[in-house]
Design a binder for this molecule. Structure first.
Ligand code: S3P
Length: 430
């Protein structure tokens, strides 16, 4: 099992560019594949999760060329995908499997989707159930709640679905199915999850309305190829924001970061903790807000985190937990039960790891209480095969009293293949 040993740092300084946004990269392939014409994508994230999406669409006959800079997708129109000759392996990617299950439900062919040992344990009922209400014929392990899932694509009808959880994967899966359904498909959720699908559907010319009842998609409308530029992923930037905030003598400029309001919960939370984060040169690219982030070392204090900010920061909690471990006082996290069904149970994984560094953590069913400390001891921690646990514990090493060894770090390649070289580039040990 791969591991890395990281030494404490005296500062985090410089200027970095983080790789492209994972969510937007997935969606650019999916919509490009079913649009008419050639879609070009710049800034695409070539992490393992996105490569799983790319492979799945190539297996359905879509020509996707990559010259190392630009991805060129020759769209085959709404009805042009071909039956794949084999099982579609989505690897570790929840976004790939849940979104394409929606898309595949409306095709006129049979397909099977699966993933790695972690993905095969993650809940699929959340998409299978509403898709079945639309008429999808999906079966799978455990009564159709776990992958592999077998999908007998066919005719769908639009429904109005009130999702019990705020989840962009559920919403987007139904929106993609909705492109093939008779009539209108409406999805609403308790509070807004990331809205990249809504923005990209618009960009590609889908018939879409957004109102208080949620998002509605009209079926049967052909999409038009686009030129997409993907901004840097705020979820990747979050590790470096926390790194610069907690390490003394630090000043870091993170360039070209997506600051879509449905994703900026992490900035709101860290600023509320006293973090010095400035948004510089705000602009819009391919329908998404973008800015440079200037982050300086700060004295952080514990706060209470709950409610609608939680889905807006859902992937950033491992990094936020590390900030909380260094803050003065207690940080309480609630309404975050979804963290238990991510790549691993992130509440338990972070609690176990932070305790190993001497931090007091109390787990609750839907969150945790973290008592911050000036003293983080070194030691051995494990990622549980989860990229964000691996990266957040690597950031914690910057302020520990001695080295931290993080085991099982290959998973970092799913979202941020250049994470360790970048961390080394900006952190100084002497
Ligand atoms: C994602 C949605 C979120 C997030 C995941 C990416 C997406 O999952 O955690 O990393 O691209 O739609 P949920 O929809 O399960 O909250």
């Amino acid at each position: 099992m791969n591991s890395i040993t990281l030494q404490p740092a005296v500062s985090v300084k410089g200027e970095i560019i983080v790789p492209g946004d994972k969510s937007i990269s997935h969606r650019s392939i999916m919509l490009g594949a079913i649009a008419n014409g050639i879609t070009t994508v710049r800034g695409f994230l070539r992490g393992e999760d996105n490569m799983s999406t790319m492979k799945a669409f190539r297996a359905m006959g879509v020509d996707i060329a990559d010259d190392g800079e630009t991805i060129r997708i020759t769209g085959c129109g709404l009805r042009g995908l071909k039956e794949p000759g084999d099982v579609l392996d989505c690897g570790n990617s929840g976004t790939t499997i849940r979104l394409i299950t929606g898309l595949l439900s409306g095709q006129s062919f049979f397909s099977v989707v699966t993933g790695d040992q972690y993905l095969r344990k993650r809940p699929m009922k959340r998409v299978v159930e509403p898709l079945s209400l639309m008429g999808a014929r999906i079966s799978g392990r455990s009564g159709g709640t776990l992958a592999p899932l077998a999908i007998n694509g066919g005719a769908l009808k639009g429904i109005a679905y009130q999702s019990p959880v705020s989840s962009a994967q559920i919403k987007s899966s139904l929106m993609l199915a909705g492109l093939y359904a008779d009539g209108e498909t409406t999805v609403s959720e308790p509070s807004l999850s990331r809205d990249h699908s809504e923005r990209m559907f618009r960009l590609f010319g889908a018939s879409l309305t957004i109102n208080d009842n949620g998002v509605s998609v009209r079926g049967g409308v052909e999409l038009t190829a686009q030129e997409v530029t993907v901004p840097g992923d705020i979820s990747s930037a979050a590790f470096f924001m926390v790194a610069a905030l907690i390490t003394p003598n630090s000043e870091l400029l993170i360039k070209n970061v997506g600051v879509n309001p449905s994703r900026t919960g992490v900035i709101d939370i860290l600023q509320a903790m006293g973090g010095d984060i400035q948004l510089v040169d705000q602009r819009e690219v391919s329908g998404e807000p973008v800015a440079d982030l200037l982050v300086r070392s700060s004295r952080l204090k514990g706060i209470s985190i709950s409610g609608s900010v939680v889905p807006r920061a859902i992937d950033e909690f491992p990094a936020i937990c590390v900030a909380a471990a260094r803050a003065e006082g207690v940080t309480t996290i609630r309404d975050a039960k979804e963290l238990r069904v991510k790549e691993t149970d992130r509440i338990t994984a972070m609690a176990v790891n932070l305790r190993k560094l001497g931090i007091t953590v109390v787990e609750t069913e839907d969150g945790m209480d973290i008592t911050g400390s000036e003293l983080l001891v070194g030691g051995n921690v494990d990622s549980s095969g989860d990229h964000r646990i691996a990266m957040s514990m690597s950031v914690a090493s910057l302020v520990a009293t001695s080295a931290i060894t993080v085991t099982d770090i290959e998973c970092v390649a799913t979202s941020f293949p250049t994470f360790f070289p970048l961390l080394e580039k900006v952190s100084s040990n002497c």
